[in-house]
Design a protein around this ligand. Structure first.
Ligand SMILES: CC(C)(COP(=O)(O)OP(=O)(O)OC[C@H]1O[C@@H](n2cnc3c(N)ncnc32)[C@H](O)[C@@H]1OP(=O)(O)O)[C@@H](O)C(=O)NCCC(=O)NCCS
Length: 286
C-alpha cells in the first residue's frame, strides 16, 4: 500500500460526467483565483461561469479522459484531465477545492491519470505549471516530473507585424502532414490531433520561408501550441496573430529568464507579461 492510500481523508475517484461542469468549474475558478491572489497575480480565468463553460467543453471532448474526486455524500471536491489525442498526453487543469487542499486529493488525482497514461503506454506526459505555485511544483516533482522550460505568459493587442522573408497563411488540409513532420523533426513527436482539431475550426496558421513550411500554430493563445524551426518563424506567427486567445500565450523564445516587471524586448513592445510558468514533463518507463 502506498503512502496515499494510507491517508485518512476518504475520497472517491470516478469518471467525469457532463453535470460535473458546474461544480468542477466553480472549484477550478476558485482554486486558481485563490493561489493567484495570494501571490498578487491576476487569476487565469474571470469567473466560475467561465470555468463551467470551459469544463463543459473539456468534459465533452472525446480525446479527454476526465476524473472527478468526491467525498462520501457526493460533494465534488476536485477534478483532473488527461488529454489523450496525441503521442505525448497532456494533463490538466488539476484543481482541488481550497477547503480540502493539502490532504493528498491532488496527489491522488495526479497518480490516477499517471497510472492511466502508463496503462495506455504513453511514452510521456506534459503540463504547464504556474511558477509561483510551490505546492503544485512540489507535488509534481515528487511524482517524478522534471522542469523543462521557463515560460512567460504574455497578453496584449495583436502586433500586426511581418517578419522579412516569412509569409504566414492559414493551414489547409494538404499542409497537415508537413506540419506534423516538422513538429516530429523538432520535438521527436507530433501533435497531429491538436493540429487537426484547430484546422477544423479554422484557427491553424503556418509560416513559410524559402517556399517551404518552417513553422505552424494551432493558435497563439492559452490552449494552443506553436512550432518553429527558429525564433524568426515563431515571431512571424506571433506577429500575424489576429488575437491572443484566453489569458494570452506562453512564450519561451524571447522572454525566458525574464520576469513580469522586466522590460519587454522590442518585438514584444506593448505586451504585458502576466506571470511566469514552467513547462514540465514526465517520462513513463514501462
Ligand atoms: C495544486 C493542487 C491541485 C494540489 O492539490 P492538493 O490536494 O492541495 O495537494 P496534495 O495534498 O495532494 O499534495 C501537495 C504535496 O505538496 C507538498 N507541499 C505543499 N506545499 C509545499 C511547500 N510549500 N513546499 C514543499 N512541499 C509542499 C505536500 O506536503 C504534499 O506532498 P505529499 O503528497 O508528499 O505529502 C491544489 O493545491 C490546487 O488546486 N491548487 C490551485 C490550482 C492549481 O494551481 N492547480 C495546478 C495547476 S498547474
Amino acid at each position: 500500500m502506498d503512502k496515499v492510500s494510507e491517508q485518512a481523508f476518504p475520497v472517491i475517484l470516478r469518471a467525469g460526467r457532463p453535470d460535473d461542469a458546474l461544480p468542477c468549474g466553480a472549484i477550478l475558478y476558485e482554486a486558481i483565483r485563490a493561489i493567484a491572489v495570494q501571490h498578487g497575480f491576476t487569476p487565469d480565468f474571470p469567473s466560475a461561469e467561465f470555468g463551467a463553460d470551459m469544463l463543459t467543453e473539456i468534459l465533452a471532448y472525446p480525446a479527454v479522459y476526465s476524473i472527478v474526486a468526491e467525498v462520501s455524500d457526493g460533494q465534488v471536491i476536485g477534478s483532473n484531465f488527461l488529454w489523450e489525442g496525441d503521442t505525448i498526453a497532456g494533463i490538466g487543469p488539476t484543481t482541488v477545492d481550497p477547503a480540502t487542499q493539502n490532504r493528498s486529493v491532488g496527489r491522488r488525482l495526479m497518480e490516477h491519470v499517471l497510472q492511466r497514461a502508463h496503462e495506455k503506454r504513453y511514452p510521456g506526459v506534459r503540463l504547464v505549471q504556474a511558477a509561483y505555485n510551490s505546492r503544485s511544483l512540489s507535488l509534481y516533482t515528487k511524482l517524478g516530473f522534471d522542469v523543462r522550460e521557463p515560460l512567460a505568459n504574455l497578453q496584449g493587442e495583436p502586433l500586426g507585424l511581418m517578419i522579412p522573408g516569412r509569409t504566414v497563411r492559414p493551414v489547409t488540409e494538404a499542409d497537415l502532414d508537413v506540419c506534423n513532420q516538422l513538429c516530429y523533426r523538432i520535438h521527436g513527436h507530433n501533435r497531429a490531433g491538436e493540429l487537426k482539431e484547430a484546422f477544423g475550426r479554422g484557427a491553424a496558421t503556418l509560416v513559410e520561408c524559402d517556399e517551404r513550411v518552417s513553422g505552424y500554430a494551432t493558435e497563439i493563445g492559452f490552449f494552443g501550441h506553436a512550432v518553429g524551426e527558429n525564433n524568426e518563424d515563431l515571431k512571424a506567427l506571433i506577429g500575424a496573430a489576429k488575437a491572443f486567445g484566453g489569458s494570452g500565450f506562453y512564450n519561451k523564445y524571447a522572454e525566458e529568464r525574464s520576469y513580469p516587471h522586466s522590460k519587454p524586448r522590442p518585438f514584444m513592445a506593448g505586451m504585458k507579461a502576466l506571470r511566469m510558468a514552467k513547462a514540465i514533463n514526465h517520462t513513463i518507463n514501462f
